[in-house]
Design a protein around this ligand. Structure first.
Ligand code: MLT
Length: 316
């Protein structure tokens, strides 16, 4: 019987689906790299979320490994070139948590506009600070969506429901797609110049790494509010702190950080920052969907050779 390691916490549906398909799921979460290295050669496939990092060293030690599934979208915790080199297919579940992540971004926009977390803490503390928490309306304001793929498109759709104008920047988006979504496709400079809120939905790669930096923020409207539910690495965190202190940026809502878990951070304690612990995709609904999809993808590949959402599918 083929063995599948579930290396990170995943909904119980994952194990159930694998068993029903005739595979042997082994749940071992929270392993240190050396523990994983010691047992990785037993497995035909591995399912991870974001806690386990599959390094080149681990992949080299995985002598039976045929497939890795990421229950989620980002594959930045998997050494994909190392997998490709060993003919290990890497699959993700890019659609399973789209809506949850987009809804979190919308919640962040609203929280920024009306200071909800700050007003909540103040009211619980017995203060009654009506003046301090005056907000702004979203109706008629412009939202810039940087990266208009699966998640960005849902954010744009929901924002238009809130009567915001939406500008979208995505080098991969066609004019036809922009028309279907009802967004105005613009260059990044135009988006920066005209947006009241800017939300990022890009993957981390050499082009996006550190893209929210001093130079970029200097091109934005003074008092813009930023939302990052994508990846921490797209920010130069020290530059953002400086821009918040100078008032160039009025607020930041941040779900992701350069270094995670972030238990200490230069943003923590700043009134203008709303911080959540990488939970944009963490809903019951999304976790069931991604866990089921990852298990089905592994079973389909191990049993029938069928690849679904394979990142390196053309090279295997
Ligand atoms: C994803 O890439 O799927 C999300 O950021 C959620 C996660 O990393 O767990």
């Amino acid at each position: 019987m083929k063995k599948v390691l579930i290396a990170d916490k995943a909904d119980a549906i994952c194990e159930k689906v694998l068993r029903e398909k005739g595979l042997e799921p082994i749940v071992k979460t929270g392993m240190k790299p050396e523990e994983l290295k010691a047992c990785i050669a037993e497995f035909d496939a591995i399912i991870v979320r974001s806690a386990t990092t599959l390094t080149c060293e681990l992949i080299q030690a995985a002598t039976k490994l045929k497939a890795v599934a990421r229950a989620g979208s980002g594959v930045d915790n998997i050494d994909v070139p190392a997998c490709t080199g060993k003919k290990v297919v890497v699959m993700n579940t890019p659609f399973g948590n789209t809506v949850s992540t987009a809804e979190h971004a919308i919640a962040m926009i609203m929280a920024l506009a009306r200071h909800i977390p700050q007003a909540n803490s103040s009211t619980h503390a017995g203060k009654w600070e009506k003046k301090k928490f005056e907000g702004v309306e979203l109706t008629g304001k412009t939202l810039g969506v940087v990266g208009c793929g699966n998640i960005g498109a849902v954010v744009a759709d929901r924002a238009m429901g809130l009567k915001m104008k939406v500008l979208a920047y995505d080098p991969l988006m066609t004019a036809e797609r922009a028309g279907e979504l009802g967004v105005k496709m613009v260059g990044l400079e135009e988006l920066y110049k005209n947006s009241d809120f800017i939300t990022y939905h890009v993957v981390i790669n050499p082009a996006t790494k550190g893209m929210i930096n001093k130079e970029a923020m200097a091109k934005m409207k003074k008092g813009v509010r930023l939302i990052n539910c994508a990846r921490g690495g797209i920010m130069v965190e020290a530059d953002i702190k400086e821009a918040l202190q100078s008032g160039q940026i009025a607020g930041l809502a941040c779900d992701v950080y350069v270094k995670e878990p972030a238990t200490e951070h230069i943003f923590f304690g700043m009134e203008s920052v709303i911080a959540t612990p990488h939970i944009a995709a963490s809903t019951k609904d999304a976790q069931v969907t991604v866990a089921r999809q990852a298990a089905e993808q592994i079973a389909d590949y191990l049993l029938n050779g069928k690849k679904t959402c394979a990142i390196n599918g053309d090279k295997i």
